[in-house]
Structure formats: C-alpha cells, structure tokens
Design a protein. Structure first.
Length: 380
C-alpha cells in the first residue's frame, strides 16, 4: 500500500500512526521532496544520506511519479468538503504539489498597473509587452474594465472549464454539465448555436486573436467577454481598430483574413496577460527559448494558454474537447465541421507532442479534470 494512503487510513481508523508507517512516509514521501530542495539551496552541504532518490523531478521541474492521490496536507484541507462543492485553491495547490516552482500570482487580464508585473516587461509579443506599452495604455484607458465582472470577481471560489474545439466533443451530450461551471472559456470561432447539446450554451469569455476571431458579427454571443491573446505587435493595432470601431484599411502582416468588426462594447474587451504564453512555453512545456522571440515550434496552442491562465485564476479547472487521436484519421478534427483528423499537418509554430506531455501530467495528477478523456486516452 502507498505510504501516504496507509497513513491516512490509520489516522481515520484509530487516530494514531504506527512507527512503521511513519518511517515509510518519511522515507518515501517527505525525504524525496525535501532533500533535493535542500541540496539545491545549500550545494556545499555534506549530506550523509547519498541514497536519496536523485531524479525525482523531470527537467521542467515536474514530479516524475504522478498520481491523483492527494498529498496529506491537502487531504486535511479538502477531505471534508462535500462532493460537488467548489474547493478553494484546489488547482493551484495540486499544481504546486507536482511542480514546486508554481506561483499563483498572475492576473488574468492586463490592467493599468500591468507594468508592475516585471516578467512581461522584458519580452516582446507574444511573451510580453515590450515596446507595446503606449498602445496598451490607450486600449486600457478605453476598455475601463479589467476583470470578469462584479458577480464572478466577488465569488470566493470559482470553477472554470476550457472548452476545446476537438471532434471528441461530438455526441457526448456534455452541454448541461459544461454550463454548470462558473466560468466557461471558449476559443477562437468555435460555434455554440446548433451544438448546445454537446458544448453548452454559456460563454463567459472567448479568447482569440485577429486571424482566429469570429468574422460574421451575427455569430457573436450577446453576453461574453472578448479577450485578445496577442501573438504579434500588429494584433494590438488590430484591437485598437475594434475598440474604437475604426475601419481596418489593410490586412498586411496577418497570415489570413481577420475580423473587421467585433460587436462588443469596449468595456467587454480584455487583453490576456501574455505571461501565460511565456510560462506555458518556456517553463511548463519546455519549448525552445529562441532568445525570447517567436520561433519554430515555441508557441503553445491557445487551449494550453487558456489552461495556464485558469491554473492561476480558478479554484478548480476542467477541460473538454482536447486531444488529437492520430490513430483515427477518419474521426472529425473539430466538433463543428467535417474535416478529418488526417488533415492535421506538422505545425511550424506549435509542438503538439510536447504539449500533450504537459497536459497529460496535469490530468494524471488530478490538477485538471478532462471531461472527454481526450488528453490521455487510455494512457492515464
């Protein structure tokens, strides 16, 4: 039996812990976590126990042995919360347990005080705001709102779901369950109307960029936040046209056609904190650094960026519609169209296989819940 599980059971049954169990827990659970940390900060210290496991973490800093078992301190914190009730701080606590370098402080959207967040000031888009401060200041002075809205911002515990666009969502009838989450995040132009049974009808925010935004104005939800995830400097200029309802005269610099009008009030528009792109790319997934510039294979997909955002700002995080199963080439790629899985080609900007490794860690450790089981398949 796993020492941690045995320890909890003994406490529950008798209120005591046997010496054998305590020693096993110390040896197998506590020491592997504490000793490497101590070595890191005191490299000249002579350790008597050189038999401590040398490779507890992978090169990104994630615990190598992952399972959904709650650490003892989280058992005490969340063990008595009734099933279905929101668990405050759960996602961040689980993330920290498997990735000790995780720090929760990272606001969801840019606000007028964004310059205090030094981690984005040294990088150009998409990893930061360097050289874009002037136009960002103009945009923020016009949008005037920088949160989810009074009702959601005041909630002491928020559940969030990131709804991907994968064909795995089709015919799952998850719509009602998706709508039960406090925050429903959708990506790019994935439609809702006509697919409510599978994807729900609620949209709290839609994260996108110029080339991915909905182009037909009648397809926009009547109530949702329009959130820009800027991948290049030109994206901020595009947003300025949308915020001030100015005519877009040229699409030079964009890699495909873009939305020319967003039927949203400025107060319903937000700028996603670019730190989530930076963190997902360089820290969590381990994509090429490329001197902090956009390059081949170092841009995370929007879905992974949204998950990273949620880990910092939501108490519980779930996903649906994630995962590409290349062993089923005739399966639908997206839930809303007939393009098949075989249409996927190797992306210049994304590294799908490395992203999948990262997402599998989150699912396997129970940091996030995967409603459609597409991230791991049978692998978790």
């Amino acid at each position: 039996m796993v020492p941690r599980v045995r320890l909890v059971e003994e406490v529950q049954q008798s209120g005591q812990v046997s010496p054998v169990t305590a020693r096993s827990y110390l040896r197998d659970i506590i020491e592997p976590i504490i000793i490497p940390q101590f070595r890191q900060h005191t490299p000249n210290f002579l350790f008597m126990d050189d038999n401590a496991p040398p490779h507890l973490y992978d090169k990104q800093g994630f615990l190598l042995k992952l399972d959904a078992t709650l650490p003892l301190e989280l058992v005490y914190k969340y063990g008595n919360i009734s099933e279905g009730a929101c668990k405050p701080g759960f996602a961040a606590a689980k993330m920290t347990a498997i990735y000790p370098k995780f720090t929760k402080l990272a606001p969801m959207f840019l606000d007028p005080n964004y310059k205090r967040f030094s981690r984005i000031g040294d990088y150009s888009p998409p990893f930061g705001v360097k050289s874009q401060e002037k136009i960002i200041d103009i945009l923020l002075s016009a949008t005037t709102m920088y949160g989810l809205g009074e009702e959601l911002d005041s909630k002491s515990c928020k559940t969030c779901i990131i709804v991907g666009n994968g064909g795995i969502l089709a015919n799952k009838s998850l719509g009602q369950k998706i709508d039960e989450f406090d925050v429903v995040v959708r990506l790019n132009e994935a439609p809702v109307k006509g697919f409510e049974k599978d994807v729900g009808s609620k949209t709290t925010m839609r994260i996108t960029y110029p080339e991915g935004a909905i182009q037909k104005t009648e397809r926009y939800e009547t109530e949702s936040l329009f959130v820009l995830s800027a991948f290049k400097a030109l994206d901020f200029k595009w947003l300025r046209h949308m915020v001030f309802n100015q005519r877009l005269r040229s699409i030079d610099g964009f890699w495909k056609s873009v939305a020319r009008h967003v039927p949203r009030e400025p107060s319903d528009m937000r700028i996603l904190n670019p730190y989530f792109i930076q963190e997902a790319s360089f820290k969590l997934i381990g994509l090429p650094y490329n001197n902090g510039q956009m390059g081949r294979g170092n841009i995370p997909t929007l879905g992974t960026v949204a998950i990273t955002m949620a880990l910092h700002n939501c108490d519980e995080v779930a996903v649906a519609g994630f995962g590409y199963n290349m062993s089923t080439p005739h399966a639908p790629l997206h839930y809303y169209e007939k393009i098949r899985m075989s249409a996927i080609k190797e992306s210049w900007t994304h590294n799908i296989s490395k992203e999948k490794e990262f997402l599998m860690k989150l699912v396997k450790a129970g940091v996030i819940q995967d409603l459609t089981s597409g991230v791991c398949g049978a692998g978790c």
